[in-house]
Design a protein around this ligand. Sequence first.
Ligand code: SF4
Length: 768
Amino acid sequence: MKVVVANELGFCFGVKRAYDLAISNASSTTAIIGQLVHNQDVQNNLYEHGIKEFEAKGNFDKIILRSHGTIKKEKEELLKSYELIDTTCPILLNIYNKMIEKEEEGYTNIIFGDPNHPEVIATKSQVKSCIVVNSPEEIQNLKDNLYFVTMQTTLNYQKADLLTKTICDKFGNNVKVFNSICGASSKRRKSLIDLTKEVEAIIIFGSKNSNNTKELCNILKEKNFPYYFANDVFSLDLSSISMYNSIGISAGASTPDWIIKEAVRVLNDINNKDSIDLGENNVASDKIVANNDPIENHESNKTDASIPSKDTVTDSFNHNDKGESTMINENEKVSTETTENASNNAVNEQDHAEMMAKIDDTFTRIKRGQIVQGTVLYVTESQIMVNINYRSDGIIDRDELPTDLTDPRTEYKAGDQIDVYIVKVDDGEGNVVLSLRRIKDVQAWNELEEKFEAKEPIEVFVKEQTKGGLIVEYKGARAFMPASHSFDRFRRDLSSLVGETVKVEIIDFDKSKRRCVVSRRELEKARIQKEQDEFWSGVEEGQLRKGKVMRLTNFGAFVDLGGVDGLIHITDLAWNRVRDPKEVLSVGDEVEVLVLGFDREKNRISLGLKQTTEDPWEVFKNNNKVGDVVKGTVVSMPEFGAFVRLGEGIDGLIHISQICREHIEKPSDILNIGQEVEAKITDIKDNQKISLSIRALTEPEEEKRERKPRRERAPRKTANENKKEEKADSNPIDNPLIDSEILGELKKMALNLDDNTSEGEAAQNSEE
Ligand code: SF4
């Protein structure tokens, strides 16, 4: 038995969104009011995830609101006590907005649909007043007024046509009709009709309370096509199904994947030698093929089963209902010939076309590649829904957002007016596929065309280097710049331009082929010439100029001063000795230099970098003198001594003999490179030579300790001198050999003695 799965079936985008929202908020304190979608399996799955049925006394913090909308007042009341997870389908939210807007414009809202359907009840509650119309008779009872009509999203097209024709005939231009039947439902219907051409019977999976599922059954009933309607594969009479050579599978928009997968698996098992055709576009198809486990017990049911007629269904869905007999819709060409009541109730094709035209007239006509303005309806982290005043809204998915936009909520909000690009008029769910990314691209190419024709330069961002040139971007549109056009002169390495924004002119352009070739060469030459002219007319010796280091050589650094390169000779880089310019500068450094001289004829400029700072020699000379003690760092040690850095560009020499008192073979016996030392300045010469001595700091103390007083040999004395000596011996104060200190003491003592002697003599004299 061949099993064929419809191209469009199961969860629509609104239901999937609702389910995902509910699951992502599932917890023991999350509750749901009613069914999230019209499917008990989905509901049971939510319970398995811990979500509870709402009770007023329950301990809940989050309440999930169902996908088909909540009565406005109920929502407002709940909001006072709970955090609400509102899963209302965005398509419904858009309908609400349109109704509110029209009410403000003076229209009275009408909904075509079942007044008891929860979606219609919730929709009606969003505006101050709203009439629900379910039959042409009810329209006849309406008073003259301005009316704005929306439709239950799952309303069948026959009914929609009939009611639209009736209301337009009665109120003419006073009525505006918004076809809000959801495209997801209509796509499932079309897909089902396609399926009838491929298989002998079809199984439709879904719940009895799902309107769009019932609509699928209606189509088959009206086509007199054998079908089954079941919640899941296990409630089917598999023995009767196994008699078909081919069976199709379809499902309503609220039927979950797992029901469909399970059905395919089981049906495949009935005759696992038969092939399974899952349909080219079926999202679930590849997963289903992989799921091929045999299931026991069903095999035995194959015998004695007969092929069911149109009335043989596994569900109690009423086949004899007298609903509208035909649906005449471009997308859904259900044959009226097979329907018993077709001739009585059919809305002929011409009428339908007129009707759709009337509806369409109230909305924008769109086509692929067009740019239209729309209003943002809502924004999620990966999607923007936009009303473009078309019968369906448009969706901008993540892929179609600008590449640099990580979260659209940061840039867009509901109510924003934006331009959008139409990628597809119908995405298969009835929505228009829109793009923001492409609109930028289209706008960029249009602008490029204008600039090319006007020969106007543009600014481009250099994205990357490729073989032969650079890839550049203009507002997202890619263009190419050949290597030979990237600089004023040919350069092999173009990497310095990557990441830069540069000015270019378009030299070759073809919008239809998306080809744009740009050049920077001529603009660059002109820019450089202009800068050079400006430079030469303003340059003066002694001027300070800013520039960028472009090149380093062993004799200095070339600096771009703006179209003109100047040289800082190695001796003008720093006040201290420089062995390699790399010690001071790197390519790309921004520097301020002093113009030392220039020759315009020879195009030469000599620059000084060290001259932009004070001469450290002058500073040193002003602050230091011979005899001062200074600190410095040993920077080199030739054999004859050690050079000590006293400041930038100021070195002093400690001769080897001045390092210490003892004899040393070489300076490194005592000192190390990098060592901090203290030394006395022993000489400062005008040729910037400074002599230092460490020994001078240590010598006096050592010598004091170590030096013994030297006794000088006494010269031969004359007889006179000998006499004097004798006299001096008798008076030690006059002895020249006595240390002056001692001599001072002796003199003091002598004075005392004299005083004492006088006093003693006086006393003696008086006694006498
Ligand atoms: S059928 Fe349409 S309106 Fe209903 S939930 Fe799905 S996408 Fe939304």
